[in-house]
Design a protein around this ligand. Structure first.
Ligand code: GLN
Length: 486
């Protein structure tokens, strides 16, 4: 069998020990066995992937140097554009829409000789925490098919967890990489706002959206970040700072690293099994020489309510472009321009997206702007201040990713507020725009993965990855048992 981690695949394909075609073959075999149950992919690109794998092998055959992801099977969340392919963001409004260009992150994966296997399911326009808001299909958790994979990057997380690709891209606006990573037992990294270009990411809330990797181990997340990060003239919000070598410092350990436990993240409502696993993981870091101390982030409790004003407000403005005129769904029933707008949007958007547009439009409307949007912006500043104060005292913050492990399909669909409250522990870092990562740190008695969240100051991904790698070496995560695939 060929290796499973992206880093090992790339090494072995580059050295010729295994071919990109063989690696792809194994992933496709698992995909055939497993995907009908899981529903992780909206589109599997089998012929294109085969052609691509052969091209990578041919490149090696000609003696040309191969890229850092040589022959690595990757998947891309369906809100990240792939030129010439249908890209829908999980929405009917974009059904049949072919992307006109590659997102920069996709371009960089392909330039590094990765093999694109498919595009993954997601909550419509990335709005959701369970992937149940996809207009097209349900995705199931590979550890328990009655449970959600998390969301909104649920397809990417499930695909990586089940070995249907070695690496995937997701997007994170309020937790959409970290929470599904924790529900599916994989590593998910939300880079600092501005670290990875968002050119070609279908916008949800532009002051929060980030692209990042989901991976089977910390080294793979570091490798993926190294490939996709860095300045991009096509995205003016992308930082111009040079990209450090994330792989080099992975082995440096955590001796003397100051780790903060924010007491507000361990509040009532946190599942006791999650709390026990996270505290045990932090104790492992302590045992490796980290200095653990408690910190306080008093504005944490306001994060959900202010996010659910700001994100819908930005979404209502971003989604105004789907009006049936230039691209996307155009209602065949419309007779006037007014009807064209109304019917195309009414038919094209699902209930959660409509709910967000209404919330956001209300929050931005004359007379309410200061009371809602203005106030939420001020709360966002307070949340950022909490982080700045904490990072005076510690290098990394450790916390749970989500208050519970993966919940059951349908458990929260009737109660949007319950769904929103599940984001309480990932939203603050999104609001602050800093870097955070989820990695598996144990399982519940019922066998469900539990995630540890590590948060570092902006552009300190190196510290984050180094701490995560140290933990992973001390407490290796076995991943899904092979037998689960049968
Ligand atoms: N669950 C959050 C929401 O529904 C975050 C989604 C995301 O990060 N894209 O908005």
């Amino acid at each position: 069998m060929s290796p499973r981690t992206a880093a090992a695949i790339a090494r072995e394909v580059a050295s010729g020990r295994v071919s990109a075609e063989e690696v792809l073959q194994e992933h496709l075999a698992r995909l055939r066995a497993w995907e009908p149950k899981l529903g992780a992919y909206l589109r599997v690109l089998e012929p294109q992937a085969r052609a691509r794998a052969r091209a990578v092998d041919a490149k090696r055959g000609r003696g040309e140097a191969l890229g850092r992801l040589a022959g690595v099977p990757v998947a891309v969340k369906d809100n990240i554009l792939v030129r010439g392919l249908e890209t829908t963001a999980g929405s009917r409004v974009l059904q049949g829409h072919a992307a006109a260009y590659d997102a920069t992150a996709v371009r960089r994966l392909l330039d590094a000789d990765a093999v694109l296997v498919g595009q993954t399911n997601m909550d419509e326009f990335a709005m959701g925490s369970s992937t149940e808001n996809s207009a097209f299909q349900v995705t199931r958790n590979p550890w328990d098919a009655d449970r959600v994979p998390g969301g909104s990057s649920g397809g990417s997380a499930a695909a990586v967890a089940a070995g249907l690709c070695a690496l995937a891209l997701g997007s994170d606006t309020g937790g959409s990489i970290r929470q599904p990573a924790s529900f599916c037992g994989v590593v998910g990294l939300k880079p600092t706002y501005g670290r990875v270009s968002r050119h070609g990411l279908i916008a949800f809330a532009s002051s929060l959206d980030q692209i990042g990797p989901l991976a089977g181990c910390v080294e793979d997340a570091a490798l993926a970040l190294a490939v996709i990060a860095g300045p991009d003239p096509k995205d003016s919000t992308c930082a111009t700072m040079p990209v450090p070598d994330y792989l080099q410092s992975l082995g440096a350990g955590v001796k003397g690293l100051r780790v903060g436990l924010p007491k507000e993240y361990f509040a009532p409502g946190l599942d006791p099994e999650v709390e026990t696993a996270v505290r045990a993981a932090v104790a492992v870091l302590g045992g490796l020489g980290a200095e653990v101390r408690e910190v306080s982030m008093p504005h944490t409790r306001y994060a959900v309510s202010s996010y659910y004003i700001l994100a819908p407000a930005e979404a209502s403005s971003n989604l105004a472009r789907f009006d049936g005129v230039r691209y996307g769904r155009r209602s065949p029933r419309a007779r006037t321009l007014e009807e064209l707008y109304e019917l195309s949007r009414a038919e094209g958007f699902g209930p959660e997206v409509k709910r967000r547009i209404m919330l956001g439009t209300y929050a931005l409307s004359a007379g309410y702007f200061d009371a809602y949007y203005g106030k939420a912006q001020r709360v966002r500043t307070l949340i950022k201040t909490d982080f700045s104060a904490a990072f005076q005292q510690v290098d990394v913050i450790a916390a749970p990713v989500a208050p519970t492990p993966a919940f059951r399909l349908g458990e929260k669909t009737a109660d949007p507020v319950a769904m929103y409250l599940g984001d309480a522990l990932t939203i603050p870092s999104s609001m602050a725009g800093n870097a955070s990562l989820a990695l598996p740190c144990g399982r519940t008695k019922a066998g469900l993965p539990i995630g540890l969240q590590l948060i570092a100051d902006s552009f300190c991904e190196e510290t984050l990855l180094r701490a995560a790698a140290a933990y992973e070496r001390a407490a290796p995560w076995p991943g899904l048992p092979e037998s689960a695939h049968a």
